[in-house]
Design a protein around this ligand. Structure first.
Ligand code: ADP
Ligand code: MG
Length: 341
């Protein structure tokens, strides 16, 4: 653009539309929304939906809703699965973030690498329907790398692993571009499901996803053998249907996670093996950065280091890394122009 294009403009808002959590960043105010990507609504017999709660409040209703009240995630595997409710959720969050009244915002949204044109259009349409003047798209791994302060502008190899709710994305980045990216359908939600299944198989007990998530966070570890400790968990007996409690150890919770963790480690090793040889020394020098909520799993840094044989660093605040990268993008018009899809 440069000389004749006049002043480049950045954007007003950035949305990290995650499978588990949505964050909205305003150029002037920083992070203004940080809530679960959940929406609760009533559906009548004609299929009309009436939204009753979004975010934290809606998450409290998951698994506890009577009859025709539905609470769920409109995104799956990082992409919009239910367009109409995703649009409503986005509208709600954008409205909440709105710090001005006169002008429709220019909104940047990040997407998992390699999504289809149809998925891109779904997000654009949802953003426009939600009140955006314009919707710009950027790659999520790029936002993750920028948020983790990796020098994406340098002709050097950067490797970032984003362990989110629905997927894990492993990317190699150099000079504002994604050199290689691999995504696996394993993330925090899959870990929770694995714990649910483990407890059903070993104890004939059905526990909820949210109880499993709590076990993962308090007792789960990426290290074989766990971190020690145990906890009581309540559920419903698979046979009798009656409530019952069991005691479960950190080693058991961690064992439940092992096969899903291995899918992530294998993908990360493949990415390293396939990296262009010129980029490998940089990766070894600067280390692999891990972001996303899954990076907070106990022992992740140590385990990844031993699995990959390269230095590994957990991003400073993994649940915010992508949003911080997006913040840099909306504040810097040149950068935004370079990375917009
Ligand atoms: P997304 O970008 O897909 O919305 P996030 O990066 O927000 O996902 O990560 C959400 C996931 O991180 C959830 O599955 C959550 O259980 C998990 N998570 C959050 N904190 C921790 C923790 N301390 N240990 C392990 N997992 C965690
Ligand atoms: Mg994410």
């Amino acid at each position: 653009m440069g000389f004749f294009g006049g002043k480049k403009h950045g954007a007003d808002l950035y949305v990290d539309l995650g499978t588990a959590n949505t964050l909205v960043v305003s150029r002037s105010k920083g992070i203004v929304v940080n809530e679960p990507s959940v929406i609760a609504y009533y559906e009548d017999s004609e299929g009309h939906k009436r939204i009753v709660a979004v975010g934290e409040e809606a998450k409290l209703k998951i698994g506890k809703t009577p009859g025709n009240l539905v609470a769920g995630h409109p995104l799956r595997d990082g992409v919009i699965a239910e367009l109409d409710i995703a649009e409503q959720m986005l509208r709600y969050f954008i409205e909440r973030a709105q710090t001005w009244r006169l002008k429709k915002p220019r909104v940047v949204v990040s997407l998992p690498y390699g999504v289809t044109d149809i998925e891109k259009k779904a997000v654009r349409d949802a953003g426009l329907a939600a009140g955006a003047a314009e919707v710009l798209l950027i790659d999520e791994p790029m936002a993750a790398a920028m948020g983790a302060d990796l020098p994406v502008h340098q002709p050097q190899g950067n490797m970032v692993i984003d362990i989110g709710g629905g997927t894990t994305e492993i990317a190699l980045i150099s000079l504002y571009g994604i050199v290689h990216c691999e995504a696996v359908r394993v993330g925090g939600h899959k870990f929770d499901r694995a714990i649910v299944q483990y407890i059903r198989r070993h104890y004939n007990l059905i526990v909820g996803d949210q109880s499993a998530e709590r076990l993962k966070i308090t007792l789960g570890s990426a290290l074989p053998g766990g971190m020690g400790g145990k906890s009581q968990i309540r559920g419903v007996d698979f046979v009798s249907g009656l409530p019952r409690s069991i005691e479960i150890t950190s080693a058991e919770v961690s064992e439940a996670l092992e096969s899903d963790l291995n899918i992530i480690f294998e993908a990360a090793r493949r990415t390293l093996e396939q990296a262009p040889p010129d980029l490998v020394p940089d990766i070894i020098k600067h280390g692999v950065v891990v972001a996303g909520g899954g990076a907070l799993l106990h022992g992740m840094e140590e385990r990844l280091m031993s699995e990959l044989n390269v230095p590994v660093r957990i991003a400073t605040d993994p649940l915010l890394t992508i949003a911080l990268g997006g913040q840099r993008a909306i504040q810097d018009a040149d950068l935004l122009e370079r990375i917009t899809l």
